[in-house]
Design a protein around this ligand. Structure first.
Ligand code: ADP
Ligand code: MG
Length: 627
């Protein structure tokens, strides 16, 4: 069976995505391969399809139990005989899988890398017709990635121990050169055919919000997305606890995940989320790799992650099936402070060559800087991400909060002069400078005891910005730091002037600030409240922007039917059909099985299994609608 037929018949898709066909072809001609594609790019099909053409068996090394279970479930739904071996199986279940393997019943076997320690497994493999060894999440082999797994280092020896060397194919979403190089060397890939696809995910909407009251912002964001499935990422376990409680107290159906919970609770919470029994997962970055839940409609970062790479990987867990989804970053200045603290602490805790550690620390700081520029930019957010991955792009994407915001230019030269001169005068007077809020107090003409006792009310710029609140002044000071006029020393919390400040103070240079008009959406949201409920409004707007009212109502019925089927079949809803598939169905409204097969994501087996139920719902809807 050729790859196209396999794609259509088993997976129900009509065309390959970028990179898939080339990788599959390379594997079929007997080459090793490496595919670097973004999360949701469709890496799995690249190693699932070849075996259907080649014959023999594919062994997939995969880092996480949940991932294997998910993929095997999806393959079984598509009628591809598959199984997994990992520590979640009972002794009897394991024996059964070994038995079936000997009988040649499976085409695809997923194993955790730790399985390569088992002599029994190795000797069994020597007798199996393995034609392809696929290494998923291959960046786990590199110490430079985020998720190093030492047992990945055994893969090369495993390959070498097989009587006939299978093709080896590696897949990852991690784009850095260093990690890619590591993958090739440490897996001993033979002159691999490499594909690095574009990193853009057009269906994702990017949004950055600077908020003081993050909890309330989070709550209203989630309320606007009622019934949708989403992930909230926090930096620390303590935050996960706090936010989960807060959301639950406010009637959100949320659960939690972090490394401090028992295995049992983590498993249960994850399953609740995957099966849509809980709609919101609050977690640290421990959650997510290997979660193939394709109907995640939003990912909100409650704290800023440490690198843009980590951010994109986590945010990218939204909208895997290609349906529109939102990636929202909430951040505040405190995040930057906390991030630096975490990086320093990591350096202090780790053992090793001090020089190496210092190198790593500088590397981490440089990555953090990129993350901060993303949070603060007024340019196209997608553009900043693609720049990071070295990919060219248009100036604006039209699908991120910066592209959707009107920025206003404001000349703040006079304010800047007052601030810079105040910093200088404080320093002249005291011999040192003060922190952010004290400096702002002086400019605002505050009467705090410390301020008075230092005699700061006597300096010339005291009260020079009386008309502004202390908070507004602090914002301006921060802006001057971001723009390189002032330097903020983290540990002493004080400021010094940078050379650029000279130009403003004495050289007649202007300072322009870009600020955003309050979100237009808020107005619209308010207005729409009367007509539609907020959540309905949001569903109509973001979940499936291109659906008209009729289609949307059908879509919601299709979703309910899917929920029903999923619960009788004991599989997660997205394994039955993805959101993208239901959207396509709502638009095309097929009424016979031939048209049903044309829907993206409907393969033969699924059409046979579920076709009648969906078709009769659609037919009924059409008859009812025509009255
Ligand atoms: P990755 O492993 O790269 O993150 P997956 O392999 O999990 O991505 O695929 C993400 C989603 O895209 C899945 O729901 C999958 O069924 C879907 N998909 C993959 N290839 C195609 C294709 N050619 N056409 C449409 N959907 C696809
Ligand atoms: Mg994957």
């Amino acid at each position: 069976m050729d790859p196209y037929t396999a794609l259509r018949r088993y997976f129900g898709y009509t065309s390959f995505r970028e990179g898939q066909k080339e990788l599959i072809d390379a594997i079929l001609t007997g080459k090793d391969a490496m595919g670097v594609m973004p999360t949701g790019g469709g890496k799995s099909l690249c190693y699932q399809i070849p075996v259907l053409t080649l014959g023999g068996m594919t062994v997939v090394i995969s880092p996480l139990i949940s991932l294997m279970k998910d993929q095997v479930m999806a393959l079984k739904e598509a009628n591809v005989p598959a199984a997994f071996l990992n520590s979640s199986l009972s002794f009897e279940q394991t024996l059964k899988v070994y038995d079936y393997l000997r009988q040649g019943r499976y085409r695809i076997l997923y194993v955790a890398p730790e399985r390569l320690d088992s002599e029994e497994f190795l000797s069994l493999c020597r007798s199996l017709p393995i034609t392809l060894l696929a290494v998923d999440e291959a960046h786990c082999i590199s110490e430079w990635g985020n998720d190093f797994r030492p047992s990945y280092l055994k893969i090369a020896d495993f390959v070498a121990s097989l009587p006939k060397r299978p093709r080896v194919a590696a897949f990852t979403a991690t784009a850095t050169e260093r990690v890619r190089g590591d993958i090739i060397t440490k897996l001993s890939l033979h002159d691999p055919y490499c594909v690095v696809t574009g990193f853009d995910r057009p269906n994702l909407y990017f949004d950055v919000r600077y908020r003081r009251s993050r909890q309330n912002e989070l709550l209203s964001l989630i309320r606007e997305r009622k019934k949708e499935s989403g992930i909230v990422y926090c930096m620390t376990r303590a935050n996960v606890e706090k936010i989960t409680d807060f959301l639950c107290e406010n009637g959100i159906n949320a659960t939690r995940y972090h490394a401090g919970l028992s295995d049992e609770e983590r498993r249960r919470n994850q399953e609740d989320f995957v099966y849509d029994r809980k709609t919101v997962m609050v977690s640290t970055n421990a959650f997510g790799m290997g979660i193939d839940k394709s109907n995640v409609s939003f990912v909100i970062h409650y704290n800023m992650p440490l690198s843009l790479e980590a951010y994109y990987q986590e945010a990218g867990r939204a909208g895997r099936d290609g349906a529109p989804a939102d990636c929202i970053l909430l951040y505040g200045e405190a995040d930057i402070h906390m991030a630096k603290l975490l990086i320093d602490r990591k350096g202090d805790e780790e053992e090793g060559d001090p020089e190496e550690l210092e190198k790593q620390r500088r590397f981490d700081y440089a990555r953090l800087d990129k993350m901060i520029s993303y949070a603060k930019t007024t340019k196209c957010l997608r553009g900043v991400i693609l720049d990071y991955f070295g990919q060219s792009h248009a100036d604006t994407c039209g699908n991120c909060s910066c592209c959707k915001t009107t920025f206003f230019e404001k000349d703040i030269t006079v304010e800047a002069q007052k601030i810079l001169s105040c910093v200088k005068r404080i320093r002249d007077r005291l011999g040192y400078s003060l922190g952010l809020s004290m400096t702002a107090q002086v400019l605002a003409g505050g009467e705090g005891q410390r301020l008075l006792s230092l005699g700061l009310h006597e300096i010339k710029t005291y009260g020079a910005m009386k008309e502004l609140s202390q908070r507004e002044i602090m914002r301006l000071i921060t802006y001057l730091c971001d723009r390189g006029y002032l330097e903020k020393n983290e540990s002493f919390q004080n400021f010094s002037l940078l050379p650029a400040a000279e130009g403003v103070l004495f050289g007649g240079e202007k300072v322009i600030m870009l600020y955003r008009k309050e979100r237009e959406k808020t107005q619209k949201e308010k207005k729409s409240k009367n007509a539609l409920s907020l959540s309905e409004f949001h569903e109509a707007k973001t979940e499936n922007p291109s659906l008209d009212e009729k289609e949307r109502s059908l879509y919601q019925k299709l979703v309910s039917l899917r929920t029903e089927i999923a619960s009788t079949e004991h599989v997660p809803a997205y394994i039955v059909f993805s959101n993208a598939t239901l959207i396509d169905m709502a638009k095309k409204r097929p009424t016979d099985s031939e048209a049903f097969l044309e829907i993206s994501g409907v393969g033969r087996i699924k059409a046979m299994r579920y076709g009648e139920q969906f078709l009769s719902l659609i037919r009924k809807e059409l008859t009812d609608g025509s009255h």
